[in-house]
Design a protein around this ligand. Structure first.
Ligand SMILES: [Zn+2]
Length: 264
């Protein structure tokens, strides 16, 4: 079959054939929320769509049956609502939406789902959704938040100190410099490093010992947290390529049924 990647670019009959090949179906989930004075609202959705597009294309090109669903552009952003433009939904809405999408696909015979998350605020609802789908639909959905795939690379290459990667930070600004530089207001970059304490930090790679609800207005008068002044397109490209490679590997392992195996 021709090398298509988008679920919506197949006809129903073509999809029936694809489903017989036991494909991995990928659902990107983003958010539409403020990212400080220097980044646009589409940041999370834009990043998660670009990385999944590349990863599904890469896996498809090696003969792995897989397909990409349109991204869920809206996420859970209640903690950003005091900044203009942010749109949010309830945790229960996102859970229901993801459950209904995956259940629809399961009814057509799809067994392998990869939900790729691009926004910290979505984590709990997505985890709940895939647990419910797994428990009630006889499928095994997998959930990944993209930056968890590249923690080692980020630790090696980052220029900012701890607290410099959080939201509208060195990492997200670098990724946007790589994939959509026109969305970065370079003249408005400023550092807002928040380290937190021994129990909790907003740093993306912190091992937090407690969870807290924190409206962003309490962490930042500007909207972002971290140090976007350290962002570079090169760091963005390195992170982008590493995430794509990891996702393509994950899709391949899932499709071959290797994800549960030891030493693979
Ligand atoms: Zn973001």
């Amino acid at each position: 079959m021709e090398n298509k990647i988008y679920w919506g670019s197949y006809t129903s009959n073509e999809l029936a054939n694809l489903i017989k090949e036991d494909p991995v179906v990928v659902l990107p989930v983003g958010a539409y929320e403020q990212h400080g004075p220097h980044l646009t609202l589409n940041t999370d959705t834009d990043i998660v769509l670009e990385i999944t597009k590349e990863a599904v294309g890469k896996a498809c090109s090696t003969g792995i049956p897989c397909a990409l669903l349109p991204p869920l552009w809206l996420g859970i952003s209640e903690h950003h609502m005091s900044f203009s433009g942010t749109i949010t939904m309830r945790q229960s809405t996102l859970t229901a939406l993801v459950f209904d999408i995956l259940k629809s696909l399961a009814r057509h015979g799809v067994k392998k789902f990869l939900v790729v998350n691009g926004h910290g605020g979505n984590m709990a609802a997505l985890r709940y959704a895939i647990d419910e789908v797994g428990a009630h639909c006889e499928v095994e959905p997998v959930l990944v938040t993209y930056w968890h795939l590249v923690a080692d690379l980020v630790a090696r290459l980052r220029k900012s100190e701890f607290g410099g990667i959080s939201h509208g930070c060195e990492l997200e600004t670098s990724l946007k410099m790589h994939i959509a530089p026109e969305d970065v207001r370079k003249d408005l970059l400023r550092a807002n490093v928040v380290k937190g304490n021994e129990y909790w930090s907003p740093e993306m790679f912190a091992s937090n010992r407690v969870a807290m609800y924190k409206p962003y207005r309490q962490l930042s008068e500007y909207g972002h947290v971290g140090d976007p002044t350290k962002a570079t397109p090169d760091f963005g490209e390195a992170v982008f390529k590493a995430v794509v490679a990891e996702l393509a590997k994950l899709i391949t392992m899932m499709q071959k049924g290797d994800l549960e195996n030891e030493n693979c």
